[in-house]
Design a binder for this molecule. Structure first.
Ligand SMILES: NC(=O)c1ccc[n+]([C@@H]2O[C@H](COP(=O)([O-])OP(=O)(O)OC[C@H]3O[C@@H](n4cnc5c(N)ncnc54)[C@H](O)[C@@H]3O)[C@@H](O)[C@H]2O)c1
Length: 222
């Protein structure tokens, strides 16, 4: 059996070599651009969607998001760098899973985290040792620790030992031509010293451009 540090080392090497299988859960305004960006820098990406029409559209090479060209989707799908599916059993094959599900405001103007809970339950069903789970949806502080973590730990897996968990707020600003996904830094918060590194590789931050934006964003784990 692999030790904790071996599990982390294996994951880190997969990221370094662009060998990791990345899953993006929720292919909307945030998830689809992220999935495309990961695929463009060389990762094998699978998007998991509950909306079968979106999956069908992507597999046919058609984008439904303004900032993403259909040609880009077509190329990524044809070269098998980007897949899309409604089959959540395939989550098991992913090394990292980024959760980009909606969090609409409810009557009290708080984010409705029920989609996050549903997503975490789905991930928990196939969770295996060595996976990195990253919550990207906009939510209130405490959601990762108080909602996602207990659901993922329900089968006896321990965070930091068996799997890794982080929060990294989305960086999408639809229509913004100056600050796009590749030149906007990602902020990642995790509970374990190992956690912050594996997910930090795919998107290269432009440090100068990012400083001001960083000041505006929360740096804590949510
Ligand atoms: N779009 C933006 O510009 C923007 C800006 C700031 C923050 N955000 C935040 O980012 C998050 C995602 O927003 P979005 O705009 O991408 O939403 P979206 O509605 O465009 O996309 C979410 C996708 O998730 C899918 N989904 C829902 N439940 C699912 C599940 N259990 N499993 C798999 N897929 C599921 C939906 O079908 C949809 O395609 C939200 O928390 C939102 O508040 C978005």
């Amino acid at each position: 059996m692999h030790t904790n540090s071996m599990i982390f080392h294996i994951l880190k090497e997969k990221f370094r070599n662009h060998n990791a299988n990345l899953g993006v859960l929720g292919l909307g305004y945030v998830g689809l651009p992220l999935a495309c960006e990961f695929a463009k820098v060389g990762f094998r990406v699978t998007g998991f969607e509950v909306d079968a029409a979106k999956v069908k559209s992507l597999l046919a090479g058609k984008s439904y998001i303004g900032d993403i060209e259909s040609q880009e989707v077509r190329e990524l799908v044809e070269t098998k760098r980007l897949k899309a599916t409604t089959d959540f059993a395939k989550l098991r094959g992913m090394d990292a899973i980024v959760v980009c599900v909606p969090t609409p405001l409810n009557k009290t103007k708080d984010p409705d985290v029920s989609y996050i809970d549903q997503a975490a339950r789905k991930i928990a069903r196939t969770l295996r040792r060595g996976q990195l789970i990253i919550l990207e949806s906009t939510t209130y502080p405490g959601t990762t620790r108080e909602n996602v973590l207990p659901l993922l730990g329900s089968r006896g897996f321990r965070v930091g030992r068996d799997f890794f968990l982080a929060f990294s707020p989305e960086r999408i600003d639809p229509g913004n031509k100056q600050y796009t996904l590749p030149n906007t830094p990602k902020v990642v918060g995790g509970d374990h010293s190992n956690m912050q590194r594996p997910g930090g590789h795919p998107v290269q931050p432009d440090r100068q451009a990012g400083r001001t934006r960083l000041e505006r964003r929360s740096r804590r784990i949510d």
